[in-house]
Each structure stands twice: as C-alpha cells, then as structure tokens.
Design a protein around this ligand. Structure first.
Ligand SMILES: [Zn+2]
Length: 180
C-alpha cells in the first residue's frame, strides 16, 4: 500500500498546486517552449496532464457507473470519488480503476521529477528483479539486468500501464493468498 502522503491523490494535488503557483499569464504564450517563457509551457503541460488525468478517471468511473453524477471540483478528490462510485461495479471495472489510479500515481511522480521513488520499488515484470530506470525518451522503464534481454539482445522496457497492472494484480494475489 502507498503511504497516504505518496498516493495518486497527493501527487495530483502537488501538480495542481504547482500549476496554481505558476499560472499561464498571457494569451500570447504558446505551447512551444521558448527561453523567454520557459515557465509557461511547463505550466501548460502540467495543466494538460492534470486535466487529462482527471478526465480519464471520470470517464472510466462513468462507464462503470452511469449514475456516478458530477465529479468533484477538487482535483485530488477524484480518486476517492471514482472508488466510491465504482465500488459496486464488477471486478474487472474495479481492477481497471485501480490500475488507472496507480498508473497515474507513477505518471504524476515522474512529471514531478521523482521517478526514482516511483519506479525503483517496482520489480521488472520479466525477470522479477529490481533495477528499473525511467527512460524519458521512450516513456518506458528500462530493466538494467544485463541478462534481461529479448531475442535480439535488446534490454527489456516496460510501460507504466504494465507496471501498474503488475502492481495491482500482485497485490490482489497476495490478498487472496492470505485469505485462503
Ligand atoms: Zn528485467
């Protein structure tokens, strides 16, 4: 389990806070980073990220429960809201919601420049060892185990979606193993 201070909600709150502290000020500021307005495009990208994350959670919750009603206005309340409104959904929808939330936790942490804290505790899904490193250019985690390569000798790379899926299903299996 995540500590409460390091969860998707806490991370989203931080990013949102960042955006509020670095607002986009003028209509002339575009989305292309320039030296003069370096802070603005970063804020815009962060805002886009926050909004896209919220939209994804809301969309999934509404698909699982069309009666979910209006989403909360506070960004970081979105995960609790989604959990509440999908608690009677089928297991697949609930698991999907958990995977989305955990993947977003990883995405938020990476966006905040904190990939080590998010990625390092994850095992490589292929070789089960630790030592994953975030590769921004690929938007994937790279396994640093030199034996963990494909047929062409290329290192294993893993998407955040896969890491999140592994995390959620491993946790579920552990829970089941304890109760049987
Ligand atoms: Zn590996």
């Amino acid at each position: 389990m995540n500590q409460p201070e390091d969860s998707a909600a806490a991370r989203l709150r931080q990013l949102n806070q960042y955006f509020l502290q670095h607002p986009v000020t003028g209509p002339s500021e575009g989305r292309t980073p320039t030296r003069a307005t370096a802070a603005a495009p970063l804020s815009l990208a962060t805002l886009d990220h926050v909004q896209a994350s919220i939209a994804e959670v809301v969309e999934h919750a509404r698909a699982a429960n069309p009666d979910a009603g209006p989403a909360p206005s506070r960004a970081d309340a979105i995960y609790d809201w989604a959990r509440q409104h999908t608690e009677h959904a089928d297991e697949t929808a609930q698991q999907r919601a958990a995977v989305i939330e955990y993947r977003q936790y990883l995405e938020h942490a990476i966006r905040a420049g904190d990939w080590r804290k998010a990625i390092r505790p994850q095992r490589c899904p292929e070789c089960r060892t630790f030592g994953l490193m975030w590769q921004a250019s690929m938007q994937r985690a790279l396994c640093t185990n030199t034996e963990c390569v494909d047929r062409d000798g290329m290192s294993t790379t893993v998407t955040l979606a896969r890491l999140a899926h592994e995390h959620v299903t491993t946790r579920k299996n552990l829970r089941q193993a304890r109760t049987t």
